[in-house]
Design a protein around this ligand. Structure first.
Ligand code: KG4
Ligand code: ZN
Length: 351
């Protein structure tokens, strides 16, 4: 079983972990959230600088906590796509330098492949292909997984990602960044059916709608109109009901289209991963609806939903078992699609 040191710096969490196959020997995350919260969102230049400061200490910590020396790992891995270019570069350069220094293979990992792998830090997945609903701050995708590295995107958001929508609506409601946990906390005592909100659909050029695609811009506007109407009428904002109604409609739209897609594709298992997968209403609704239509389901363990390096390590171990490694001169690719993740292991670096 391979052991890897994995690094994650694609956005606003610096992270390192040592993983053996699917077992996390040590994991550390330094969140920059407090710093970005002052600006209401991630400031790329600040993110890069904080990664530079945090990463060496995190590596030292996971090495000490695991008791595994870098001389003893089988490979060193880092997220190299997609994400903020400056942020990705910090993990990539650190990983490649350590690999060179210790004479180890380097693996560039697609961050979304890491999220997909996070579910394997929990219960075993059933054999066979599955449909993964990947919901994070930057992505909302329905991915058919037919085996290691075999990904096909069947659905996506045409505007904001689900997490981004949580973050923007939180700001509208006067809640802090990141919006997901803030909305979830505010929504707890609320009535999720008080406000009727739209389940955005995406029109197809030839007529009808894309059955598995998402659009959150109409929902954002509807929330804005609702807040404006209440404010104009001099009514204090019913924060809990607004947050709960918003959370409910996002969860419904995600789960309904995912179930439809899995059934149409003849897939037996629906999997939920990514930062937004930490949302309890979404987790519960996915389990309930999947069971109602006879689908098996798995959700990533709560601890591994938001960005971390352990998930990157699990993805790296799988790639290593498949005989993959990246050229040491591999760069970063801020917009590489998941379906193209195999390109990270071509002999000639693709970027
Ligand atoms: O996967 P992640 O950590 O980073 C990206 O790869 O983007 O996801 C971060 C996103 C943020 O938009 C955050 O608001 C959202 O996940 N999020 C949540 C919750 N926890 C984090 N959204 C809803 N409910 C939560 N409990
Ligand atoms: Zn992520």
């Amino acid at each position: 079983m391979p052991t890897v040191l994995a690094l994650e710096t694609s956005c606003d969490e610096s992270a390192a972990a040592i993983v053996t196959d699917r077992r996390v020997l040590s994991s550390a995350v330094a969140s920059q959230i407090e710093e970005h919260a002052r600006w209401g969102g991630v400031v790329p230049e600040i993110a890069s600088r904080r990664h530079v400061e945090a990463l060496p200490g995190l590596v030292a910590r996971v090495v000490a906590e695991s008791g595994v020396d870098l001389a003893a790992v089988d490979a060193i891995a880092a997220s190299v796509a997609p994400g903020l270019v400056g942020a990705l570069l910090v993990g990539s350069v650190t990983g490649r330098t350590l690999a060179r220094l210790h004479g180890k293979p380097f693996l560039g990992i697609h961050h979304l492949e890491g999220h997909l792998a996070s579910v394997r830090l929990g219960e075993d997945l059933p054999e066979g292909p599955s449909l993964v609903l990947l919901v994070s701050g930057g992505h909302t995708e329905l991915v058919r997984v037919d085996g290691p590295g075999r990904f096909r995107r069947l659905g996506r958001s045409h505007d904001d990602a689900a997490g981004e929508c949580f973050d923007k609506v939180a700001r509208l409601l006067g809640l802090p960044y990141p919006g997901g946990p803030a909305i979830e906390a505010a929504a707890r005592p609320g009535d999720p059916h008080r406000f009727r909100l739209p389940k955005g659909r995406v029109s197809r050029p030839g007529g009808g709608f894309h059955p598995y695609d998402f659009s959150f811009s109409g929902l954002k506007t509807a929330m804005l109109r609702q807040v404006e109407a209440l404010t104009t009428a001099g009514i204090p904002l019913p924060l809990a009901d607004l947050a709960a109604s918003f959370e409910q409609v996002v969860a419904e739209v995600l789960v309904e289209r995912s179930c439809r897609c899995a059934l149409d594709e003849g897939l037996d298992t629906l999997v939920l991963v990514g930062g937004v997968a930490a949302n309890q209403r979404l987790r519960a609704l996915l389990a309930e609806r999947a069971e109602a239509v006879g689908l098996g389901w798995r959700v990533a363990p709560l601890a591994w939903c938001t960005d971390n390096a352990a998930m990157v390590g699990v993805a790296a171990c799988e790639r290593l078992r498949g005989g993959c490694s990246s050229p040491i001169s591999l760069g970063v690719a801020p917009r590489l699609a998941l379906a193209e993740a195999d390109r990270l292991y071509e002999t000639q670096p693709c970027f």
